[in-house]
Design a protein around this ligand. Structure first.
Ligand code: ATP
Length: 594
């Protein structure tokens, strides 16, 4: 922590400690509530801001926590009226535990159902979480025996804790939440969260199970929010449908959006300021405040998508970084380590009669092919021949296809239909045709993630150096990325992103690497250099599969050439043979070949 940050944190701590003595009980209660809302905002920032899962029903978890405490500490009549309140601490603890467990289990089920669907996208998740929250309010209101009906449960607040006591308890809970959140988002796991948010398929093809990352973060967010709801109920002695409501869920989104997504501090400040303002204005203008909140959300999303406080936090960070350079992540060359098995000639992927189509369009039509260790295989063919599709079907066996793809990778037994991240973990690397990188990660961070190839990252440790193979250092140099370890991928040109993606694929220590047009956008000199790197990868035993259009380059670097046309292999042989083939010439000239 730099000195100014330390001073600012100490100053904030002094203000928080002294503030209740300068205000009355009323403001202590308001601030205690605001601190709990700030915990909720930080948890939503985790889920939405960092993992990119838009949870429109986040209030549901808060309501479950509150209701559970209310239910555990009261006795209800048939119509849901509270007839007795239990004051024992055990019941509050039981209610809290039950609420947190119930929210965690429900969130895990919802996330699994929403996120593991192949059709899952942001819109899908928004609709499901919104529908769930709306249904929860209806169920609550229709079941008085559960939560007291429209009146809710009341009068069960934990005795013997003064407003000042709650003020300090909630402040301490918020401090712990923010501290833990900051450690996690700066850790290696935080890197993975941002990677999954920016570009889930890219993370998947580096060996990470992006769905599980999202489910884990979503579930953790629900658990923290349920805990905040439980404490809220203990403090206020109230549990009602407002705590489940879409109105509260919208307020939560406003706190995060206005504060600034993916900053932790922004949503925390946003929640404290907005909930205090809301409490004051709600007293005099209840109807108007809801409209103001809605308008603010729209205005922020349209005009300042980074939020109001987030950019200030980032600016302060940048100014501080000039004076106190942070510990960035650096790239270092690791001692050479053989990634593949030397001694080429052994098939590592065996493809037999592979058939794949998009709807009625048959794109691969009985492809049979061996990918061999220590061989540089080029796949060529006219536009639309099915080259990129072949890559997709080899690297993701969850895509519906017929035929066989067998992976003969030592040390890895893949099931019948392995998922993309499992195939990547086994050592099949991929570069997409259009450069696919992580916008908010620096060059060094992207290589760090690639180097781990799906291994679970630490939740608290922040790696500062990424050690990559000499071939990666070569690619970094050839692509012009040296000296740019700290540059954000979003700030790189098209050509540099291309180079970064190739470097990422190689950094993952593949046994098979499939590169879809890695030289597109490179100069002749750079192509020559990339060609040398590919030959080096082949020489250390990696099976290199190159999809290329530049036939001169193909003839120069490849050991074997496969020609695809209309989804079929029409030629498979030595480069010179393929170049002289009549059938290949007619395929490229557009003559039908059947
Ligand atoms: N997601 C998709 N949905 C429907 N059709 C698709 C999809 N992706 C590709 N296609 C079609 O499948 C066929 C093969 O496409 P593919 O991208 O695999 O060819 P390619 O050989 O890689 O071509 P290029 O050299 O132009 O990249 C094309 O007709 C294409 O229009």
């Amino acid at each position: 922590m730099s000195r100014p940050v330390l001073i600012a944190t100490a100053a904030a701590a002094v203000v928080v400690l002294v503030a209740p003595y300068l205000t009355g009980t009323y403001y202590q209660q308001l601030l205690a509530q605001a601190f709990l809302y700030a915990i909720v905002a930080v948890s939503l920032d985790f889920v939405w801001g960092y993992a990119g899962v838009p949870d429109l029903g986040h209030a549901l978890w808060f309501g479950i926590g509150a209701l559970s405490v209310g239910h555990a500490t009261t006795v209800l009549s048939d119509v849901g009226l509270v007839t007795e309140v239990h004051g024992s601490f055990g019941r509050y603890a039981l209610g809290t535990l039950t609420g947190v467990v119930a929210a965690t289990v429900l969130a895990a089920i919802v996330a699994r159902l929403c996120l593991s669907s192949r059709r899952s996208n942001d819109f899908y998740i928004v609709v499901v979480t919104l529908a769930l929250a709306t249904a929860a309010v209806t169920v609550y209101d229709q079941t008085p025996a559960l939560g007291g009906g429209e009146n809710g449960l009341f009068g069960f607040n934990l005795q013997n804790v003064t407003p000042l006591g709650w003020y300090y308890i909630t402040a301490a809970l918020l401090a712990v939440t923010v501290a833990v959140a900051l450690v996690v988002v700066r850790s290696d796991f935080g890197l993975l969260m941002r990677a999954v948010r920016d570009n889930a398929p890219r993370a998947r093809y580096l060996g990470y199970n992006d769905v599980n990352v999202k489910i884990g973060v979503f579930t953790a967010g629900a658990a923290v929010t349920a805990l905040a709801g439980a404490v809220f109920a203990m403090m206020t002695g109230v549990a009602n449908d407002g705590q489940f409501s879409f109105t509260l869920a919208t307020s939560m989104l406003v706190w995060v959006a206005v504060g600034g997504r993916a900053t932790i501090v922004g949503p925390m400040v946003g929640a404290i300021v907005m909930s205090l303002a809301g409490a004051k204005l709600n007293e005099h203008f209840p109807a108007q405040w809801t409209i103001i909140e809605g308008a603010l959300l729209i205005a922020v999303v349209v005009f300042v998508p980074g939020g109001l406080i987030g950019p200030l936090v980032r600016l302060a960070g940048r100014l501080l970084a000039r004076r106190y350079p942070p510990r960035g992540r650096a790239i270092a060359a690791a001692p050479a380590r053989p990634a593949g098995e030397p001694g080429g000639g052994r098939p590592v992927i065996r493809i037999r009669d592979l058939v794949f189509g998009y709807g009625s369009l048959r794109v691969l039509d009985g492809v049979t092919l061996d990918v061999v260790a220590g061989e540089l295989l080029c796949v060529v063919g006219p536009n639309g021949a099915g080259k990129s599709t072949l890559t997709s079907v080899i690297t993701n066996r969850r895509l519906r296809s017929r035929g066989e793809v067998e992976y003969l990778l030592p040390g890895h037994r893949l099931g019948d239909r392995p998922a993309a991240h499992e195939i990547a973990r086994a050592g099949v690397g991929r570069k997409f045709q259009i450069p696919s990188v992580f916008a908010s990660l620096t060059v060094a961070e992207a290589l760090l993630l690639a180097d781990r190839r799906g291994a679970p990252p630490s939740l608290w440790r922040r790696s500062t150096t990424v050690e990559v193979a000499p071939a990666v250092v070569d690619i970094v140099r050839i692509a012009g990325l040296d000296g740019r370890a700290g540059t954000l991928s979003s700030d790189l040109s098209h050509g540099l992103r291309q180079g970064l993606e190739v470097a990422m694929a190689v950094a993952a220590r593949p046994r098979v690497i499939i590169l879809d047009e890695p030289t597109a956008g490179l100069t002749a000199h750079e192509r020559h250099d990339i060609g040398r790197v590919l030959e080096h990868l082949r020489d250390i035993g990696i099976a290199v599969v190159l999809i290329e259009h530049d036939l001169d380059f193909v003839i120069r670097v490849s050991d074997r050439v496969v020609v695809l046309h209309g989804g079929r292999v029409i030629e498979d042989g030595l480069p010179e043979t393929v170049r002289g083939s009549e059938v290949v010439r007619s395929a490229y000239l557009g003559t039908a070949v059947r």
